[in-house]
Ligand binder design. Structure first.
Ligand SMILES: C[S@@+](CC[C@H](N)C(=O)[O-])C[C@H]1O[C@@H](n2cnc3c(N)ncnc32)[C@H](O)[C@@H]1O
Length: 295
């Protein structure tokens, strides 16, 4: 029997497919057969609820293990990744002087459990908004963790939410996991991030699954989009055309970090790099001072 988790997501995605998708022209029975043959492995086998479970070391893992409120499901290997990515923001935005509390948007609220976790992680001063396309999530809206209803693929909705937040430092995209939606959010929100901000997309394993508009090295899936932006990071090292997202990276992205099923972009204005000689004898140092050379 197909487990509940897969049933929820395969193949129609219900309200997730609010835009026209040509795959919907293929009858569901054929899509199901194609998915059985070429789709992702049965991932529900990895879902557990083990009372003996101990978290990996780290602040987020500890909070997660202690969490008793609204339900949340996270892949265990994300817990230390969250610490690696987000710990520097716990005391506020490192770039602002004096440090101010962070403003975070989580795309995909579901039961609200992860909003609670982010609140515990970033503290009472942080601004933490959630958005979800599911109208039922409106019931989770509180002054502490506002929830707004709309699609992550709707640029005007995203801009309105960011304006209400008073700006944005961190995005966590845990929404539909559909390539077109992920791209739409990235294109709107990445430019809106503050200096030093972080944009994290999780569950990028879906990029490899046809049922999410993905496939191995399929153009347009979000891991491929992120890979294409990597060329922008060293743009001064070569000549040649690059796409508009890579161009954006060449001006505004400091790093793109790939993990298993998570990609993170850190925003920071780029400068032409310079090297500085240290140590050595005066003669050597002068020989390496290229700016003093005639040609
Ligand atoms: C994986 S769940 C989010 C789980 C939550 N972040 C957590 O960790 O508990 C994905 C959520 O994304 C929402 N969603 C699906 N399509 C969306 C869209 N186009 N825009 C915004 N949210 C969407 C779903 O309704 C669902 O609640």
């Amino acid at each position: 029997m197909r487990p509940e988790f897969s049933k929820q997501r395969f193949p129609e995605h219900g309200e997730n497919f609010h835009r026209f998708d040509p795959r919907r022209l293929i009858p569901v029975s054929i899509r199901r057969a194609l998915h059985r043959r070429f789709g992702h492995p049965e991932i529900s086998q990895f879902f557990t609820s083990n009372p003996e479970w101990t978290p990996p070391p780290g602040v987020f893992g500890e909070l997660y293990a202690k969490h008793t409120g609204r339900m949340v499901i996270k892949w265990v290997h994300y817990l230390p990744i969250y610490d690696q990515l987000f710990e520097r923001y716990r005391a506020g935005m490192p770039e602002s002087m004096p440090a101010r509390p962070i403003r975070m948007l989580e795309i995909g609220v579901m039961r609200g459990g992860s909003l609670d976790l982010w609140r515990s992680y970033f503290g009472p001063e942080a601004t933490i908004f959630g958005i979800d396309i599911d109208r039922a999530c409106a019931a989770l809206d509180t002054p502490e963790n506002p929830v707004r209803i709309g699609s992550q693929a709707d640029p005007e909705f995203l801009k309105r939410v960011v304006a209400e937040m008073g700006g944005i430092d961190i995005v966590l995209d845990d929404g539909s996991h559909i390539a077109g939606h992920q791209r739409a959010s990235l294109d709107v929100l990445l430019p809106l991030l503050s200096e030093g901000g972080l944009y994290v997309i999780e569950d990028t394993q879906c990029s490899y699954w046809a049922s999410y508009g993905g496939g191995l090295r399929r153009p347009g899936q979000i891991v491929e989009v992120a890979k294409s932006m990597v060329d922008g990071l060293s743009k001064w090292s070569y000549r040649g055309p690059i796409g508009k997202r890579a161009k954006f990276a060449s001006d505004e992205i400091e790093s793109i970090t790939f993990f298993d099923s998570v990609v993170a972009f850190r925003k920071a204005k780029r400068r032409i790099p310079s090297a500085q000689v240290a140590g050595g004898a005066e003669e050597e140092r002068r020989a390496w001072n290229l700016s003093e050379r005639k040609n």
